[in-house]
Design a protein around this ligand. Sequence first.
Ligand code: IPE
Ligand code: IPE
Ligand code: MG
Length: 241
Amino acid sequence: MTSDQHKQELKNAPRHVAIIMDGNGRWAKERGLPRVAGHRAGTENLRRIIRAGANLGIKYLTFYAFSTENWSRPKAEVTGLMRILSEVIDRELEELNQEGARLVHIGHLEGLSKVLQKKVQHAVELTKDNDRITIVLAFNYGGRDEIVFAIKKMLRDGVKPENVDDALVSQYMFTKDIPDPDLVIRTSGELRTSNFLTWQSVYSEWYFPEVYWPDFNEEELRKAIEDFQSRERRFGGLKES
Ligand code: IPE
Ligand code: IPE
Ligand code: MG
């Protein structure tokens, strides 16, 4: 990283920002375009948000791209979303790798085509030693699904009830070595979590900009972070007077 880029880093920047990329369909509808065009437009700003985030000192950036509930959308839209993930990896992987981004996937790869599974696995493997920023891709991810999966695995491992605590459960999550998100952003004005990072976000700060995801730019990211910096996080305690 150059010293200029260092200068942009903000004091008390959130270490982990997680984004629910919502509003692609409405963005497209307002332009008389098919929904899939909105999803494609939504990928255009990924690179600039990742770059801006890294320059602001964010170490983990999570993107919610496909939920376990999104399978219930029309087949053509689901197929379109799969194709778009594949295109984004083809288009962005080399540059992400060169810029020092590590890619991590959370959710289940099962359910995706074998080719797409391989593509994601390759991207994860290729970038595993990069350390400038970690990009967490939530694809075929659901917070409840993650918890159910963790419980099953704990039972299978024969974990004793007296050994179950917060730290242990965290280790059974897909996010096991990733810190909890400090800030969760959901674009498009919807005020709900839609099954995102259920275990991890209990003490996250939430931010709900009105813009649709394809219009979320560096300026919007900066506003979100400034808002975060103005908040007092208490974690149930009290500030010493
Ligand atoms: C978010 O945009 C992307 C995915 C859920 C895959 P939407 O497709 O949910 O867009 P809206 O909410 O219908 O506008
Ligand atoms: C959440 O958005 C999932 C992603 C952004 C990937 P949705 O648009 O699917 O959520 P609901 O259906 O409005 O709750
Ligand atoms: Mg939506």
